[in-house]
Design a protein around this ligand. Structure first.
Ligand code: 5GP
Length: 206
């Protein structure tokens, strides 16, 4: 009987400019792959209509968030259009150690920090079919003031330049297709030889 090493969970990082459709695509993906654990971020941004504490985000005051930074409770954090966003570290580490795949939906500065701590992560960049489409999607959301929309658009254009720091790029023309591409990437990444050769040992072929 030979042995094959079973990987710990895969850390999947999904970034992309505001309006690329990360939320919609990742919701679709999570329905198709319910075994993936979604990491809920902390933020100082006020909740949008319909957003729930502990489901969409952990909503924090600035001082609570700064305390989390000081306590090293965050795997990464960034300031984005005037608010803090960060990934609670312990939950992610525990899930990965238990062999579960974890999905982080974060912006580019945070993704860079994660890359340093988890070079074995899979970094995926989601882009809209065009800048015009991006503008339309951000405006259509209609939950933010004109100024915030403009800031998000400016930031989105800057973020698009970060694409080359990622392993994969997925165009979000249709949600089902984009989610299917993500699923294919995740399946393929699980088959990588180097992942099978690191981590816990399990028996096979017996
Ligand atoms: P939104 O305010 O639209 O929910 O999120 C704004 C941006 O922050 C999005 O690009 C989103 O992916 C990103 N974001 C959400 N959570 C985190 C996080 O924990 N860390 C970082 N660095 N970015 C995050």
């Amino acid at each position: 009987m030979e042995t094959l090493r079973k990987n710990q969970g895969l850390l999947i990082v999904l970034s992309g400019p505001s309006g690329a459709g990360k939320g919609t695509v990742s919701a679709h993906l999570r329905e198709r792959m319910p075994e993936i654990t979604y990491s809920v971020s902390a933020t100082t941004r006020p909740p949008r209509r319909g957003e729930k504490e502990g489901v969409n985000y952990f909503f924090k005051t600035r001082s609570e968030f700064e305390q989390m930074i000081a306590n090293d409770e965050l795997l990464e954090w960034a300031e984005y259009v005037g608010n803090y966003y960060g990934t609670p570290r312990r939950f992610v580490e525990e899930q990965l150690a238990e062999g579960r795949d974890v999905l982080l939906e974060i912006e580019v500065q945070g993704a860079r920090q994660v890359r340093k701590r988890f070079p074995q992560g899979v970094f995926i960049f989601l882009i809209p079919p065009s800048l015009d489409e991006l503008r339309r999607r951000i405006e259509q959301r209609g939950t933010e003031s004109e100024e915030v929309v403009l800031n998000r658009l400016r930031r989105a254009e800057e973020e698009l330049k970060e694409m080359n720091h990622y392993d994969y790029v997925v165009v979000n023309d249709r949600v089902e297709q984009a989610s299917e591409r993500l699923r294919s990437i995740i399946i393929a990444e699980h088959c990588r030889v180097e992942r099978l050769l690191s981590g816990k040992t399990v028996s096979w072929g017996g």
